[in-house]
Ligand binder design. Structure first.
Ligand code: CAA
Length: 380
């Protein structure tokens, strides 16, 4: 067993770390406060190849492995989880989904714009009554021969207003339950497609989350992804990989907060010495470090499974379940180590604590991960 990263992996990690420190850190507090999308930063990440890391090079992608992607996700998330979720959705849900299951024409037309960051993508599954229970889609797409007519509402859509290419999941035949679901590529600007107001969120406030409505939107048949009825499996397969990216995001939030707490413990004095010299603080740091290291191993194992053609439903779900809990626990402790300073914005950890919570909710709540895990371990 070899735990060593390759030179290329190290370079990718360093590039992401440099970008996060130099380009994301300045302004991260203000963007959180104003709920401002990191537009310029996302554009630069596109130019640097972070928006389509794993996608095929012939469509402008980086052709990299999942390990490279999670290394970058961890580094970006240490500094700015709002920016990293844009990267995550674009890479693992939209680019991966199109690259793996799209037609040549779809890849030519859409994927090549997404990998370079020229356009941003969104993944539209959740509805007011179908977040976790993904088969209960109310959005419908009625087959009209050469096109479908799409009607319905999607909720909590990351990149809701900044995206231009949307992968939308809808029922085409309710009688067939999950086998009557399809996925469609919908373009911003198609008639009848409207973006609702921005959600006022607790965390990842720099990312834009919106509801979307479709009123008789005419979607060409060539925009359906895969065979008729493939939409539910498409969503499940795509989300299984997406969960590895969110696990890496959770890991990054935890690691970023831990690093800040550790540094703070070396400069803040109480009772005549730096607080790192008090076991009350040193033991907290020991626990944080240990749980982060365990989460990192789980994230890497899931990425390795994906890269090696193994089933990653179980390892990805376990990585997300565990890393998101670590993100929550560690950020709470990081605030505690900072004392009163932890509660104010300029020290960053209060934002990280708010950001951590979403990793237990999106791309499947922790409870959904437990469903996936328990079904998998009890299957034989
Ligand atoms: N890969 C391939 N196929 C899969 C699969 C997978 N990982 N998981 C399920 N399937 C298939 C099954 O084999 C089955 O197919 P057949 O009937 O042909 O055998 C079919 O899908 C139905 O499977 P289930 O009976 O297991 O489906 P279920 O209704 O019980 O649901 C679930 C299972 C795991 C709970 C699923 O509904 C789920 O993952 N829900 C959570 C959805 C989710 O993550 N929502 C978050 C929204 S996206 C988001 O957050 C994006 C963002 O903006 C950041």
């Amino acid at each position: 067993m070899d735990f060593k990263l390759t030179e290329e992996h190290e370079m990718i990690r360093q590039a992401a770390r440099d970008f996060a420190i130099n380009e994301l850190k300045p302004g991260v507090i203000e963007r959180d406060e104003k709920q401002e999308f990191p537009k310029e930063q996302v554009k630069k990440m596109g130019e640097l190849g972070f928006m389509g890391m794993m996608a095929s090079p012939e469509y402008g992608g980086g052709g990299m492995d999942t390990v490279s992607y999670v290394l970058a996700m961890e580094e970006l998330s240490k500094i700015d989880a709002s920016a990293s979720v844009v990267v995550s959705v674009n890479n693992s849900l939209v680019c991966w989904g199109l690259d793996t299951y799209g037609t040549e024409a779809q890849k030519e037309k859409y994927l090549s714009k997404l990998t370079t960051g020229e356009k941003i993508g969104a993944f539209c599954l959740s509805e007011p009554e179908a977040g976790s229970d993904a088969t209960s889609q109310k959005t419908t797409a009625i087959d009209k021969g050469d096109h479908y007519i799409l009607n319905g509402t999607k909720n909590w859509i990351t990149n809701g207003s900044s995206a231009e290419i949307y992968l939308v999941i809808a029922h085409t035949d309710k009688q067939k339950k999950h086998r009557g679901i399809n996925a469609f590529i919908v373009e911003r600007g198609m008639e009848g497609f409207e973006v609702g107001p921005k959600e006022q969120k607790m965390g990842i406030r720099g990312s834009d989350t919106h509801s979307l409505t479709f009123n008789d939107v005419k979607v060409p048949k060539e925009n359906r992804i895969g065979e008729d009825g493939f939409g539910f499996k498409f969503a499940m397969k795509t989300l299984a990989g997406g969960r590895i990216g969110i696990a890496a995001q959770a890991l990054g939030i935890a690691a970023g907060a831990y690093e800040l707490a550790k540094e703070y413990s070396k400069i803040r004095k109480a009772f005549g010495t730096e607080i790192k010299n008090h076991q009350a603080i040193a033991f907290k740091l020991a626990d944080m470090h240990t749980s982060i290291e365990a989460a990192r191993h789980m994230v890497m194992k899931a990425a390795w499974d994906k890269d090696n053609g193994n089933n990653y439903d179980l390892s990805g779900a376990m990585a997300k379940l565990y890393a998101s809990q670590v993100a929550m626990d560690v950020t709470i402790e990081a605030v505690q180590v900072h004392g009163g300073n932890g509660y104010v914005k300029e020290y960053h950890v209060e934002r990280m604590m708010r950001d951590a919570k979403i990793t237990q909710i999106y791309e499947g709540t922790s409870e959904i991960q437990k469903i996936v895990i328990s079904r998998s371990i009890l299957a034989d």
